[in-house]
Design a protein around this ligand. Structure first.
Ligand code: TYC
Length: 106
């Protein structure tokens, strides 16, 4: 519950309600790591499917990873971020690609 704050303006007294403080869950960044073997098309399709990105957005993520070594696919609460990482690793393994993904605190 929020506590009202007393505000004195001259002789007037106004009561200002503070905005309610809603706890935000800690957020985690799901990142992809570059490698020399996973095909670009595979990464693009995976990013589209698992992270609900458009084709253009997924191409941007893939190219960022390809050029810089890492890139962010999305930012989520911990449980969701872990699930996304697991999905990436499972799909990569099923297709025998070495693609790696991890999460880091935002
Ligand atoms: N570097 C890979 C290639 O040239 C493409 C790639 C992009 C791989 C992103 C992994 O997370 C990755 N085929």
């Amino acid at each position: 519950m929020s506590n009202p704050t007393e505000i004195h303006r001259g002789d007037e007294l106004a009561i200002k309600e503070e905005s309610p403080k809603v706890a935000q869950p800690p957020l985690f960044r799901v990142i992809l790591l570059n490698d020399d073997f996973t095909p670009m098309d595979f990464v693009v399709e995976l990013v589209q499917r698992i992270f609900s990105k458009s084709h253009d957005q997924a191409v941007k993520v893939m190219l960022e990873v390809h050029e810089k070594g890492v890139g962010t696919c999305g930012i989520y609460p911990h449980e969701i971020a872990e699930m996304k990482v697991r999905q990436v690793l499972n799909v990569a393994r099923e297709n025998e690609h070495p693609l790696q993904s991890t999460l880091e605190p935002e």
